[in-house]
Each structure stands twice: as C-alpha cells, then as structure tokens.
Design a protein. Structure first.
Length: 392
C-alpha cells in the first residue's frame, strides 16, 4: 500500500495549472475566480460523473440509458469551458451499455470507439486515462482526463475473455451490477439480496488479473460484501451515500463502507437525491455524508463521485419535464431506484455548475477540515487508489 503523503508530494511537485474562467455571468464568475485562487493547485477527480451540456436535450446522445443508434460525440464549447473552470482533473465517465436496447457487448464496443474519436478530435482539451500517471499528466497539461468506466457488468455476457478485450480497449473501471440483478450478482434493488454468482466470482478474479478497478456502487449489500472480501485488489464504491444517515437501498451500510476501507479501497459520495429522505439535496447533505464516511472509513478512503456533469441546468422547470419522462422510463424498464422520482433533482441544488468543487472545498474548510484532508477528498485519495489498482 502506498502511503497517503506520497501522492500528496507527487501533486505538490507538479506545475501549477491555471484555471480558465467560463463566461458564467459576473456573480458566478467572481465566485469562481475566488475559489480558483484558493484551490487552484487541487487535483480534482470525480470518481463518477460526466461531461455534457444538459441544456441541449440529449446532446451527443449522451444518456446513461441506450435507446438506439449512438451518434458521434462532440463536446460543445460551454461544456469544455465549464470543465476547465471547475478545476476538474479527471472524471470517470459512464460509457457502454447500462440498460435498454441493443446488444450490451456491441453497444459498449461502439461507445468506446466513439469516445476514442471524441478525445482525438478534442485532444487539446481531453486526454484518455490509462494509468495513474496519466492523471498527473492531465493536470500538468491543463487537460481533462477521461476515465472509461462501465456501470454494468452485462457487456461481459458469459464470456470471461471479454474482460480482457475491455481492458485492452482502455476500460479502467467496471461496476459489477446496475440496480437489478445480472449474471454476476444482485443490484441494490434486487429483492433477494444474493451474493455473487459462481460466474461473478470468476469475473471478479478476471478483473483483478487485468487490474481493472472493481466498482460496487449499485450492488446489493451481500454482493458488495462478498466482492470486497474476495477481491485480491482494493475495490471502490465510486458513487454512493451513507445508509446510516438516509435509509435507502442505493446508499451503503457502515458494514460495507468499513470493509471497503479496511481492504484499502475507495468510497465516493454522490450529490444525488438519495442523500436526503425527501430527495431535496443541498450542499449541507453532501458534507454530512462525507463527514460520516470519513468517520467510518478514515480520511484516506473517501472522495467524491457526483454522478452528474459540471455544466448546470439553466431552465429547471423545462428540465423537470424531461426528468419526469426519464424517471418514468426507468421505472418501466425496471432499473429505477427507491428514492428517485419526478420531483427529486439528481444534484444538490446549491452545489452545481463550475463552482461546485471549489465550493465544496470551502464548505469543508468552514467545517474545520484541514487542507490536507480536503485535498484527499477532492482527488488524492482516488489517485492513490487508482495507482494501487492500475499500477505505476
């Protein structure tokens, strides 16, 4: 295991990167400038998020649920400017099949090709992350690193060799299940709450052999606990909340959180409605769950996985209509989760847009957390975890 202060020294040795200021309006721009001045040296890693402009309906076909032929991806200038202004160093982007139409393997391979094409076309702003060192290089080069991650093990099918294929194509994180059960194990909404299947244990072993990060965010409790115990490498829960604070299936119990940390893994707290019993999440809820996770796991194992983009939604009322359609589709498809609904926004209302990471850092500072701990939560913990799994 690599000591926590080792990764911190790595970051402090890097060239300081200036943060571009997006055209966000006078108030937001000044707030962003102040945040950037205080936290510009941070390496910020979103363990589960994305890059998209939610104000453009289904821009680039960038939906977590596949509903047909995907178009070639291209990020608009606002998305890129917001990503740079936020200080984001790297983000685990969901690609490949999650649920819906199409053959899971074919959809996933096609999506990887689309991401590769997008990164080549916008190489001045983006870079593909294959190793932990690539994260450092992204910070140095003032680019946003894209980590290829799956949120469902379904594309593996019944063929273990596909794990090797995805590793060769640059997939660095694979979530074993989405909310329902699959061939690997049970998701958080599967009523039986079974552990890994026999094939799931073989998949876990193959993922370890390929040094692919095992993600247990959407898994059921028993699948999560068994995978954490059996894995030969530390595992991650890239985006979750704490069930001790909000008793919903998508949140993790203290037993799960503690075991992941004891095995050297990583836990990312999301900005999702599951952090609050009423689904009305604010920044204070995010901080509350981060603090609980730190108390359970220790400060070396907690980070962020917002489960959302950097660019904020401008017209919330218009968005609510689209959200209602999405929630209805998820319910009909059997992939929804308890705690999500047409009135539960999938982000913290006062913690969004390009200021979100710097604002979170300020809120943690105001709560008395040290700068070293804040650096760990915002990025260095995930970096160290990535280096332990992917290798130097």
């Amino acid at each position: 295991m690599i000591a926590a202060d080792t990764s911190r020294r790595d970051f402090l040795m890097m060239t300081g990167a200036g943060v571009a200021t997006a055209a966000l309006g006078p108030g937001a721009a000044s707030a962003q400038t102040a945040g950037a001045a205080a936290w510009s040296d941070l390496v910020i890693i979103n363990a589960l998020g994305g890059l998209s402009n939610p104000n453009v309906v289904r821009d680039n076909g960038d939906s977590a649920i596949q509903r047909g032929t995907r178009r070639r991806r291209q990020l608009d200038q606002r998305t890129l400017a917001d990503a740079h202004a936020s200080g984001l160093t790297a983000v685990n982007c969901t690609l490949g099949y999650v649920a819906g139409e199409g053959d899971p393997f074919e959809v996933s391979v096609s999506d990887i090709a689309n991401y590769d094409q997008m990164i080549r076309a916008q190489s001045g702003d983006l870079t593909k992350i294959l190793t932990a060192a690539d994260i450092l290089n992204a910070k140095r080069d003032r680019k946003v690193g894209i980590i290829y991650g799956f949120q469902n093990g379904a594309p593996i099918g019944d063929d273990l060799a596909r794990v090797d294929i995805f590793a060769d194509l640059g997939v660095r994180i694979i979530q074993l299940t989405y909310n329902p059960a699959n061939q690997i194990g049970d998701g958080s909404m599967a009523p039986q709450n079974r552990a890994l299947t026999e094939f799931g244990r073989q998949v876990l072993e193959r993922l370890n052999q390929n040094r692919i990060m095992v993600d247990l965010s959407h898994s059921g409790q028993n699948t999560c606990l068994e995978a954490a115990r059996l894995s030969q490498q530390p595992i991650s829960i890239s985006h979750t909340g704490c069930r001790a604070l909000t008793d919903l299936p998508r949140n993790k119990t203290d037993e799960e959180l503690r075991l992941v940390a004891e095995k050297g893994g990583f836990v990312g707290i999301y900005f999702m409605p599951f952090l609050d019993p009423d689904g009305s999440v604010m920044a204070a809820d995010v901080v509350r769950h981060i603090e609980h996770a730190v108390n359970v796991c220790g400060e070396d194992h907690v980070g962020i996985g917002t489960d959302g983009p950097v660019t904020q939604i401008d017209d919330l009322e218009a968005y609510r209509e689209r959200l209602a359609e999405e929630v209805a589709y998820r319910r009909q498809s059997g992939i929804g989760a308890a705690g999500e609904g047409p009135n539960t926004l999938p982000f913290a209302l006062d913690l969004r847009g390009p200021t979100q990471f710097h604002r979170l850092a300020e809120l943690l500072r105001e709560r008395g957390h040290s700068r070293t701990r804040i650096e760990k939560i915002l990025g260095t913990n995930f970096f160290r975890h990535a280096r332990n799994v992917w290798g130097a």
